[in-house]
Design a binder for this molecule. Sequence first.
Ligand SMILES: O=C(O)Cc1cc(O)ccc1O
Ligand SMILES: [Fe+2]
Length: 451
Amino acid sequence: MKYNSGFGSHFATECLEGALPVGRDQLIPGQNSPQKCPYGLYAEQLSGTAFTVPRHDNQRSWLYRIRPCVMHTPFKRIQSDNLVRQFSVENDQEPNAECHATPNQLRWSPFEISSEKVDFVQGLHTICGQGSPSSRNGLAVHVYTCNTGMKKKAFYNSDGDMLIVPQDGDFICKTELGNLEVKPGEIVVVPRGIRFAIDFEDGPRRGYVCEIYDRHFEIPDLGPIGANGLANPRDFLYPVAAYEDIEDRYKIINKYQGYLFAAEQGHSPFDVVAWHGNYAPFKYDLSKFNAMNTVTFDHPDPSIFTVLTVKSGNPGVALLDFVIFPPRWMVAENTFRPPYYHRNCMSEFMGLISGGYDAKKEGFVPGGASLHSMMTPHGPDSDVFEAASNEELKPLKLRPDGLAFMFESYLMLSVSKWALEKSANSGGKVLQEDYYKCWQGLKKHFDPSKK
Ligand SMILES: O=C(O)Cc1cc(O)ccc1O
Ligand SMILES: [Fe+2]
């Protein structure tokens, strides 16, 4: 598949030569909205930021399509019981939309994939979050488990951007602006409003989603690291224009103020023949991440592994940091190498894409998750502590097959009733009620007579 590359770039892409009105002749000068567009296309602007934000933050694209998006039947509300609509409300009337505050360490075994036919949108379940889409503040963390592609169906999210982290199974992220092939070990971001479908050959798929209700994803500043390193801009891949000219019934699903709505139209929504601009979906292969870490001693804070960030209003404080723990060399001398014991003024939701994670010997497995909330103590389990306190500190390639990630937020996250009580399709739950026990074996080593 062909891609454009370069984080946040301004792209111009067309399937038919001259479909972009860029002034190739006297009749159609370089403009966005000519009186008549080439090939009889309609021009449509898609704004991802307010018209008036400063130039360096401004995001919009111009789409040249067979029909404008507006041509559909009125939206009607459909079932959205699996999604928490508003986190600030403790006891919502919506079934399954309840969420609760808990300071406990939480860990989930892998989320089960239903045997009934479920597509990406139907298979989305909220785990935790805070804030509300209507007031444009906060975020939600969901898991998706599904087994069938979205055929003749497109989804768009009015509530915010979605970062999708596949864990099991690849898919095509088919969007208005073109297609992205995504597999576990890669991520895809679909910004607010862009119509897309997650399509694949039938079979199990599972992954994680972080939905942000304000702003957009950025690659973090590098400070003293310099001009290169971590996620490099050129490794972010954007679609080239790809259109289909199909007259058939299509369903458009919209997430709006936390509810789902459905409308119909008589043609494919993937009918954009050309587009230009800087508001577009993108993918990134996490194996391209150029990790930085200590070459002397001590365990740096995990912010060193930030792939993407979403700023809050406060300098240096993230609404969301998307952090990974990739395979890497561990060389720290005279150091307890796994993550330290800690309490954080941020919330830490973690998932595991493959392999294992250095703070936990067992229990944290691919397709599962954990949540350590604001000031909730956590760290290595007792087995890891004993082993890491006594291991010989040779250079070690850590977990060549291991890939964990963290959604870290300055918000206090509420947890959905589904995640606390109903998270297994078989009727039980995958929440591990005995998680706290992994720390109960920590021994007292204190001896005032031995330094
Ligand atoms: O809790 C965790 O496992 C995530 C984490 C990893 C790390 O290397 C340092 C701090 C931290 O919160
Ligand atoms: Fe942590």
